[in-house]
Design a protein around this ligand. Structure first.
Ligand code: ATP
Ligand code: MG
Length: 334
């Protein structure tokens, strides 16, 4: 596959030595050129930690303790993001990869107009541009994300939460990145708004050809808009499959549980309630498969050995992987 980002064996810890908790455990995940890859999992499964880690934006005490993040530019040699020098890293973060973080809508500066904040981003990377050209570009970016260009001179508090989120997306797209990572706020926006925003991202992706890593609790959104979906549990990827295949035939009991605990498409958001029990304590991970204490289909090996993420032997012709003893691996695929 044509990988734009290839995450290999990534481990992220919070803290060091005896107090460290491992929040991302040996994650390997490939983002292909031009695709929307969805990442889902319950709260605390490590989704944001993975996103921050691969962009090297982990807040302390977060540390990357193993792995590689190989970025392949459209023209040029692949680089390991984890070893980039500061200047190259800065370019990677803005010009190559753009990240819209959880709660980003609240990170607009309340005392500055939207125009000022958009122009700051544009100016930082195109210092030679005239002010008029920058204003035109700012209007164009707002239009792209579905905001009337006359809102350019609004202050953040004059915009709804959804519009502020769109402004953040406009900023993220200002430098035409190759990869857009979106870590959706879980409660700040209702599902209807999330769908509108995601639909817009997918349209823009078709126009500009970037790749998207979209992170959410809400598997129903991902099924609708992603090309492929990866499911995370206790810091690991437990299943990865094309969206339609996952929807039709989830192999991991956890994926199955998530799919059947969709929050309502309309109306107020509810916490997922479909899987009894709670996510594992990272400081006292269960033996074997970390999902086994909650799994309705656990059997002998589950509490003993950790299942390896791999192509299931009973579905060799399908482009999917799963880490579950019900579907033991039959060899790696790429
Ligand atoms: P959510 O869906 O709620 O955003 P998430 O999947 O993004 O959850 P993370 O925020 O990545 O999960 O957290 C993964 C684990 O790492 C959690 O157990 C969390 O408690 C732990 N963690 C996150 N940030 C820190 C920190 N700064 N210090 C210590 N532990 C942390
Ligand atoms: Mg998160």
């Amino acid at each position: 596959a044509d990988a734009v980002l290839d995450i290999r064996g990534l481990c992220v810890d919070y803290g060091v030595d005896d107090n460290a908790v491992r929040a991302v455990r040996d994650v390997s995940l490939t983002l292909r050129r031009g695709e929307v890859l969805g990442l889902a999992g319950e709260s605390g499964s490590g989704k944001s930690t993975l996103a921050y880690g691969l962009a090297r934006l982990l807040p302390p005490p977060g540390v990357i303790s193993a792995g590689e993040v190989i970025y392949s530019p459209p023209d040029g040699e692949p680089v390991d993001v984890l070893t980039l020098a500061p200047l190259a890293l800065r370019a990677f973060r803005w010009a190559e990869t753009s990240i819209v973080f959880q709660g980003a809508m609240n990170s607009l500066n309340p005392v500055h107009k939207v125009s000022t904040q958009l122009i700051d981003v544009i100016a930082a990377h195109s210092p030679g541009m005239s002010r008029r050209a920058m204003l035109d570009r700012a209007r164009e970016l707002l239009t792209m994300v579905g905001i009337a260009p006359d809102r350019l001179h609004a202050y953040p508090h004059q915009l709804s939460g959804g519009m502020r989120q769109r402004v953040m997306i406009g900023m993220a797209l200002a430098l035409e990145p190759k990869i857009v990572i979106m870590d959706e706020p879980t409660t700040a926006l209702d599902v209807v708004m999330q769908r509108q925003i995601l639909r817009q991202i997918v349209e823009l992706r078709e126009r500009f050809g970037f790749s998207v890593l979209f992170i959410t609790h809400d598997l129903s959104l991902l099924v609708e808009f992603s090309d492929r979906i990866a499911i995370m549990y206790g810091g690991r990827i437990v299943e990865e499959a094309p969206a339609a295949l996952l929807y039709r035939d989830a192999l991991h009991p956890y994926s199955h549980g998530l799919l059947h605990s969709f929050p309502a498409l309309r109306g107020p958001r509810r916490e997922l309630a479909g899987i009894p029990g709670s996510p594992p304590d990272l400081q006292a991970m269960p033996s074997g498969c970390s999902f086994h204490p909650r799994c309705p289909r656990r059997f002998d090996p589950c509490a003993v050995d950790i299942p390896v993420l791999g192509s299931p032997a009973d579905r060799v012709r399908e482009a999917r992987t799963v880490a579950c003893w019900l579907h033991p691996a039959g060899g790696a695929i790429d």
